[in-house]
Design a protein around this ligand. Structure first.
Ligand code: SAH
Length: 375
């Protein structure tokens, strides 16, 4: 509920504590449900439960976790997935990623922060994890006036945390890594590599821990180069390549992606498959123009290091970058470079990140597998 939808004569927002649980009713007093408020946020209230029968407590969270778990257990043979995806799983402001017996959580709102002990108890009751980490360092917490921190919430320090995907193991860092440490949202998209990379030279840009690159190597790519600006990510990629017996065919390089692509272009290096999976270039709506141009420039650079008949995988995790605009940028770039493009597969976030049809923000990841030919 946005702040301008609240009847502030009846419910002065200033009278609420950030995160306070509330009953939400319509103008005739008909119950809408139970939720929590934040008077400091444009999103003044978030609905957690329809009707007024359930309090926001451990028992409601246990119920939500069990419903979320039932879907993931059906989708995946092993306990490695996003278990809770915020609003889409009826727990606005909460993300939980599961790495076997370790859970990494992210809280984005004051309402969820207030429920942190109840969430911890509920997770322990439902999953009995070895560790529960809180990676509460997202910048959106500032808007909710919450501190940023990352720390163990349950269990004992020590031991490694491993993401499993496509029969590979990736050691992740729940404190120093990106987001929860791993991007499960691309799993099904990375599965697409199976029929694209055998015997091919593959370039994985913005590679982080080598999710795309190592999966390509496992599917039989003859040579894979992973490029990321973070030294820690590059070192971890090398270690993960060794751990999975892929080190001979995988190289990880620390570089700025744009600079590196330009250098490859100048050196006339060519790849069969180029993967572009960058961080969000458009964080706020007003950055659309600049950000969408960055996606186009990146796609052009990617095409310039492709061999004559190559495959480009391009992605955007910016909610503010529409699916069609990403494809438009590719097409404009292709015209500019005198190439022709065939769109083979349209990509989206995996089903452990379900979309809430009433909340377009929950649909954020888009991408394409494209064949690039001379015009
Ligand atoms: N493709 C990854 C996820 C990418 S997350 C995966 O499949 O898991 C974004 C990554 O881009 C981070 O690892 C970050 O270090 C890196 N990065 C950000 N800006 C960069 C730049 N200008 N050049 C290269 N890497 C960059």
């Amino acid at each position: 509920m946005f702040s301008n939808e609240v009847d502030v004569a009846r419910s002065p927002l200033g009278a609420f504590e950030p995160g306070q649980a509330v009953a939400i009713v319509d103008y005739r007093d008909k119950p809408i449900g139970v939720g929590y408020v934040n008077p400091n946020s444009l999103i003044a209230a978030r609905l957690v439960s329809r009707g007024l029968d359930h309090a926001l407590d451990r028992s409601l969270i246990v119920h939500r976790l069990n419903i979320a778990l039932a879907l993931r257990e059906q989708l995946y043979p092993q306990p490695y997935y996003r278990l809770v995806y915020g609003e889409s799983d009826g727990l606005p402001g909460l993300v939980l990623d599961r790495f076997g017996d370790v859970v990494v959580g992210q809280i984005a709102t004051a309402g969820m922060e207030r429920l942190k002990d109840a969430i911890t108890d509920a997770v322990v009751k439902v999953l009995k994890p070895r560790q529960l980490w809180w990676k509460n360092d997202s910048s959106i917490r500032t808007m909710e006036q919450l501190p940023e921190y990352a720390d163990l919430g349950h269990g004992e320090y020590g031991g490694e945390v491993v993401a499993r995907e496509g029969d590979l193991e990736f050691v992740i860092d729940p404190v120093g890594g990106q987001k929860t440490g791993w991007f499960y949202d691309q799993r099904e998209n990375r599965d697409q590599l199976a029929r694209l990379v055998k015997g091919k030279r593959v370039l994985d840009m913005f590679s982080y821990l080598g999710g795309w690159g190592l999966r390509a190597a496992a599917y039989g790519a003859s040579e894979v180069v992973c490029v990321d600006a973070s030294a820690a990510a590059v070192e971890a990629t090398q270690r993960n390549a060794e751990r999975n017996g892929l080190a001979e065919r995988v190289t990880a390089i620390r570089a700025d992606a744009f600079d590196h692509l330009k250098a490859l272009r100048e050196a006339r290096e060519r790849y069969d498959v180029v993967i572009l999976d960058p961080p969000a270039f458009i964080k706020r709506k007003k950055d659309f123009k600049e950000g969408s141009l960055a996606y186009r420039r990146l796609a052009e650079l990617g095409m310039q290091v492709l061999r004559k008949d190559g495959v480009l995988v391009t992605c955007s995790c910016s909610h503010h970058m529409p699916r069609a605009a990403l494809l438009d940028g590719v097409q404009q770039g292709a015209r500019h470079l005198d190439r022709q493009v065939q769109m083979l597969v349209s990509l989206q976030q995996g089903p452990d990140h379900p979309v809430h049809p009433a909340i377009p923000e929950t649909d954020y990841l888009k991408g394409y597998v494209l064949r690039v030919l001379p015009a």
